[in-house]
Design a protein around this ligand. Structure first.
Ligand code: PA5
Length: 446
């Protein structure tokens, strides 16, 4: 069942020639992916991941999640970038908007995040929240050497061992990391934690459908079997090039617009549950395409909220942007606007309508205004927000990203630029092994 639909009718006429001309490039890019002969081909493990995920792996993940759900009020996911954004995107999309304000229920822990920043207050306040609470930790790092999660894990492990005892803490910690290398692998082996492997050939930003994303999502109580099944359907739908392949359409359209001078893509949602989905998407496209002096800048907004802040710029600013709208057909809950006898607020003309009818008219009105103002608009319609649809959407964006990156002429599967800040930070912190860099950076600062 197709749960997502792409519509480019309000974008294509902005760059019709480029769109028609780039079909061959899209087919070639897709062939590179399928044949594994493009740059970065060592990192194509995600391509067949949904269809090749075994039921044994899913069963094992569900079992670990059930154990943590039974034992914990909170499960803290420690990771950064591709090692946390996918889980957070899916969990936020499927959760009650106010889930964080309800107390944890038995067998239904809250999933929290750590190691995704180096905020001292964030870390200390998380410790304060967890003091005296039953909690578990999923520590996730592909390299096993990333500084942010390493700091958070050291602190949370110490707290957990203090509260639960060293032996019991071992059963409450699960590590997701490389099969053999990295400090986290060494630590997990020595401490005897349960571990999951991140496949070598799946990069961080493409890893949400590995245990990196699946374990936290299952801990939050969502159905990972349906998520993977949705992704597997999309994998199957996008096997061949052609006008029916939504990944090809999206990759071609955004490249055509880029060639026409549209350098910024804004991912728009009209449902606040999708805020973190856009954060995941920004990493996927930003890290995959922003290199060699090229790449569409991926931005995001939540509408209608941001129409009251960014609306002016989008309507009237520099014409270098295009929008891709994530639109959910049917909200899961019905709430109508009530009649009010006094009508002092003047909105009785809306009485009896679903709130979503107003939202949809805001969406349509905004599209017309932005298109009239010179902003091309693509729409990706989701039937509803559930695991199956999100699985389809994740795979759709991943595959389109691979095609789009090859069309752009970059290696979509490396991230050399991410290392620059780390090198300077290590030099400034005088990390052993960085003596030369420390000297050089100190000289620069004089
Ligand atoms: O996409 C990437 O490779 C990065 O964003 C990583 O996911 C991030 O740096 C975390 O790396 P690791 O999982 O090795 O700790």
């Amino acid at each position: 069942m197709k749960s997502i639909e792409i519509n480019i009718q309000d974008a294509v006429y902005f760059a019709e020639k480029q769109y028609e001309a780039n079909q061959a490039a899209a087919v070639e890019a897709m062939a590179k992916l399928h044949e594994g002969n493009g740059e970065g081909a060592d990192f194509l493990g995600w391509l067949n991941l949904p269809s090749s995920t075994s039921s044994e792996l899913l069963d094992r993940i569900n079992k670990t999640a059930a154990r943590l759900r039974e034992a914990c009020e909170y499960v803290v996911c420690v990771g950064i970038g591709g090692s946390y954004l996918g889980a957070k995107a899916v969990i936020a999309a499927l959760s009650d908007n106010f889930a964080d304000f309800y107390a944890p229920q038995p067998k239904n822990p809250k999933v929290l995040y750590a190691g995704q920043n180096i905020g001292e207050e964030y870390t200390a306040e998380l410790e304060k929240l967890l003091a005296g609470k039953k909690f578990g930790i999923i520590v996730i790092s592909k390299s096993g050497t990333t500084t942010e999660p390493a700091i958070a894990f050291r602190i949370l492990k110490e707290l957990l061992e203090k509260q639960a005892g060293k032996e019991a803490a071992k059963d409450l910690i699960v590590a997701v990391t490389d099969e053999k290398k990295g400090a986290l692998r060494t630590l997990a082996t020595q401490e005897g934690y349960e571990t999951y492997i991140i496949p070598d050939n799946v990069g961080g930003r493409f890893s949400v459908l590995t245990p990196v994303g699946l374990l936290p999502i299952a801990c939050a109580g969502f159905d990972i079997n349906k998520l993977v099944a949705g992704a597997a359907e999309m994998e199957n739908t996008t096997l061949h090039p052609g006008a029916e392949n939504p990944c090809e359409i999206y990759a071609r359209m955004r490249n055509a617009l880029y060639q026409d001078g549209k350098k910024i893509e804004i991912l728009v949602n009209y449902n606040p549950k999708l805020h973190y989905f856009a954060e995941w998407w920004k990493q996927l496209y930003g890290e995959s395409e922003g290199k060699d002096g090229k790449g569409i800048f991926p931005a995001s907004v939540d509408f209608t909220t941001d129409l009251h802040s960014m609306g002016q710029w989008i309507q009237d600013g520099e014409r270098t942007i295009f929008e891709t709208v994530l639109s959910v057909k049917e909200p899961a809950i019905t709430r109508r606007i009530p009649e009010d006898a006094a009508n002092l607020d003047g909105i009785n003309y809306l009485a009896g309508k679903r709130i979503d009818e107003v939202n949809k008219m805001a969406e349509l009105g905004t599209k017309i205004a932005h298109v009239d103002g010179g902003v091309p608009n693509m729409k990706i319609e989701l039937n509803k927000l559930d695991e199956h649809t999100l699985g389809q959407l994740i795979y759709f964006f991943e595959k389109a990203c691979g095609i789009s990156g090859y069309m752009l002429g970059v290696n979509p599967f490396n991230q050399p630029g991410v290392e620059a800040y780390k090198k300077n930070m290590f030099a400034l912190l005088e990390k052993p092994g960085y003596e030369k860099e420390t000297e050089a950076i100190k000289a620069k600062l004089k």
